[in-house]
Design a protein around this ligand. Sequence first.
Ligand SMILES: Cc1cc2nc3c(=O)[nH]c(=O)nc-3n(C[C@H](O)[C@H](O)[C@H](O)COP(=O)(O)OP(=O)(O)OC[C@H]3O[C@@H](n4cnc5c(N)ncnc54)[C@H](O)[C@@H]3O)c2cc1C
Length: 490
Amino acid sequence: MPSSASEPPASQPYDLAVIGAGPAGLAGAVTAAGLGLSVALLDASEHVGGQFYRHPAATLGAVRPEALHHDWAAFAGLRRGLEASGVSHLAGHHVWSVTGQDGDWAVHAVTGSDGGQERPVRVRARALLLATGASERQLPFPGWTLPGVVGAGGAQAMLKSGLVLPGRRVVVAGSGPLLLAVAGSLAAAGARVPAVVEASGYLRYARHPRVLATNPYKLVEAVVHGGALLRHRVRPLPRSAVVAAHGTDRVEAVTVARLDRDWRPVPGSRRRIACDALAVGHGLAPQIDLATALGCATRRTVDATAALVLGDGQETTVSGVWSAGETGGVGGSRLAIVEGELAALAIASRLDGQTELPQSRRAVRLRRGRDRMRAFADAMAAAHAPAPGWTQWLPDDTDVCRCEEVTAGRVREAVTDLGAGDARTVKLLTRAGMGWCQGRMCGAAVACLAARGGGPVPPPAERRPFAVPVTLGALAGLDADAAPGNPTDD
Ligand SMILES: Cc1cc2nc3c(=O)[nH]c(=O)nc-3n(C[C@H](O)[C@H](O)[C@H](O)COP(=O)(O)OP(=O)(O)OC[C@H]3O[C@@H](n4cnc5c(N)ncnc54)[C@H](O)[C@@H]3O)c2cc1C
């Protein structure tokens, strides 16, 4: 267990437990420690950096891991800050639950769950910062379960952390700005990328000229990505979607169709593109299981995901719980860093007995930056929001829930014949979402189908007792009377 200068005495709780060591959690932990708080930073991963700053294991011997990233300097600064901060970084800690109340939280985690012996750990803290990021949203189509079909973010993760490509000829498809970054990285790493297939149109950003003007670095990013695609001769296909993947043992080709404004395939527009991998994702959805289990309220974002309701100081609706980054709505790493810092200021002030939000120049500057970047995030979400017509590329015999092998036809039957009016009832009638991934893959699609074409709608924010899978052995090892304090073996 790493120890640090800011660790409290063994019988005392930390001032702050931060869950998630991505840009938001890192910024929050480093800032809070700088303000004199004792901080525990827990993450399932062995490395800090989260999804954006994923980097290869040292054993892979990457000479320049920063070559796969933009904004690496921001991460390098945070990592240096962490090393000098005295924060207890608890790597490889999978947090499955948080219990307690304002001033006295218990964070329950298991270590060694990737094939090793699971060990339960409990961390006590006076305040909580949830920075658990986002996961990819998938909208199914025939052939989406074939080997060689991977998530767009997943392909990026394979490249950044494993230095491997999902194939030699990779079509990138779905919706959202991540696709451009993924296509650029894959092409730069040597893959042939015949097309980036985007279901929305990029011109929709032009509806928000003021937001664009106040976030010029986003235009720079777009130019950088556009330049990379031009250099590598990647063809952009806006207002189009992959409506089928073909192959026997693995994907060999995809069918791409043009879409109308409602994302309905345009008749007669289908064409086939040969490939040996497809990287596909329809945006990101906040990962908020720990927060909803605590009762934190959620809101519906403009692109139909559920995000946390947050106050001006990043506080959730549950007293003593703050959140930063993608959990409050997907907005990118720079926004995540600003929110993490802002949350830390608010938490330090609250633990110091202040009831008002901090009004220092730093806090005011951060809030302004946060609001400006959140406005861009909303414009981005509106530009790439799925439209209800996507369900027209989903035939009845396609599996929607791949864990429980529930087809679109069975979900439709539950809605039209059995009267299910929401995703939860569909789940009870069909088992869609009851498998290993607990609806993380199929939740968005099932919610849309349950909305009878009126969607897209976010899947219901469920109050699950387990945010990650835990073995019965680890649960049996829990000792309810373990003393509060530093990380303890429960
Ligand atoms: C698969 C994927 C790939 C992405 N690739 C890019 C990219 O290439 N470029 C880009 O600009 N943006 C990318 N993004 C978006 C990126 O996530 C954000 O812009 C940015 O990283 C948000 O920072 P964050 O701190 O909010 O969340 P994240 O960076 O996602 O960090 C969240 C952290 O929380 C940890 N965590 C979550 N739940 C638990 C738990 N229960 N127990 C312990 N730890 C937990 C995770 O391990 C992770 O380290 C990607 C997103 C995803 C989902």
